[in-house]
Design a protein around this ligand. Structure first.
Ligand code: CP
Length: 315
């Protein structure tokens, strides 16, 4: 893959997706060795620029970059000059002057990683922009599903919850459709977008959605922070109608359905406590696979900073 940046799923070809998924496999195998590092990005620097909170994405990018032997700098945004009013453009210019090779960015504004990518020679990786895209989450989700179902074609994945505000739903559904997976959306009518990709089944009733026979139910986090209106009566009501309750878990277990969730989970809202111990929960596997998938992305990109190595006058 000769891309400079990794910004969304829509622009990836099926061939590029397959290459990335195939590349993640040997990186995951590395985790079982005593030395978990390869020298692929030795001498390169990876900068974390997170304007929104993150546990999984930030830490797994850090681990991924370190396992590729890159130097990692986490720009602690709340304690950086951003707190003094520095603009994103000025911050990126500063990072450019420091010769970062990769910038991993998360921001509440949709489209910001694309704008940064145009501004810098570094490879820019979108770690989540507003409600637009979360492409590395989609990649780790597809990788996790492929471990369970080596041939994804014709498998059914039901994505349940706050589809409207979810960058995960947008990116993961887009990637699964590319891989031939049948996708269904389940949620309150107010949280399911009216437009969107063709071929997605839409459900507002959980029991009806389960009669569609999904192989996997992918639960989304209810994102209170992105809702500017009241989309459902309350969290208890949401749990009763759209959550995996204790009773629904019995049904799901009986049918051998897998459960996924991007994290962080809201216990008692989209799922009951027992889901975390369910034998077909892939939630922890998703976290582990996040490192391998992100290693594959970092490994595949070509920062334009590399071109400077071609200068014969350089030491
Ligand atoms: N799935 C995900 O993006 O989690 P974080 O917000 O913890 O990074």
């Amino acid at each position: 893959m000769a891309r400079k940046d990794f910004l969304d799923i829509a622009s990836l070809s099926r061939e590029e997706v397959d290459l990335l998924l195939d590349q993640a496999t040997p990186f995951k195998e590395l985790f079982t060795r005593s030395v978990k590092k390869v020298p692929a990005l030795k001498g390169k620097s990876v900068l974390m620029l997170f304007y929104e909170p993150s546990t999984r994405t930030l830490s797994s990018f850090e681990v991924a970059a370190k396992r590729l032997s890159a130097d990692v700098i986490d720009l602690d945004v709340p304690h950086s000059s951003v707190a003094k009013g520095e603009t994103v453009k000025d911050t990126v210019d500063t990072l450019q002057a420091m010769r970062a090779d990769y910038i991993v960015v998360r921001h509440k504004m949709s489209g910001l990683p694309q704008a940064i990518a145009r501004q810098t020679r570094a490879s820019v990786i979108n770690a989540g922009d507003g409600a637009h895209a979360h492409p590395t989450q989609a990649l780790l989700d597809a990788f996790t599903l492929r471990e369970v179902f080596p041939d994804l074609s014709g498998r059914k994945v039901l994505i349940a919850g706050d589809i409207l505000h979810s960058r995960v739903a947008r990116s993961t559904s887009s990637l699964l459709l590319k891989l031939g997976v049948e996708v269904g959306f389940l949620g309150p009518g107010s949280l399911i977008p009216r437009s969107g990709p063709e071929g997605i089944r839409k459900f507002t009733d959980f029991d009806e959605a389960l009669r569609w026979n999904p192989d996997t139910v992918y639960l989304l986090r209810v994102q209170m922070e992105r809702q500017d209106a009241q989309y459902f009566p309350g969290v208890q009501e949401y749990h009763r109608v759209y959550g995996v309750t204790r009773e629904r878990l019995d049904l799901i277990q009986g049918e051998g359905i897998y459960i996924m969730h991007p994290g962080p989970v809201n216990r008692g809202v989209e799922l009951c406590h027992e889901v975390m111990d369910y034998e077909r929960s892939l939630i922890n596997q998703q976290v582990e696979n996040g490192i391998a998938a992100r290693m594959a992305v970092l490994y595949s990109l070509k920062p334009q900073t590399d071109l400077e190595d071609a200068d014969p006058g350089k030491i």
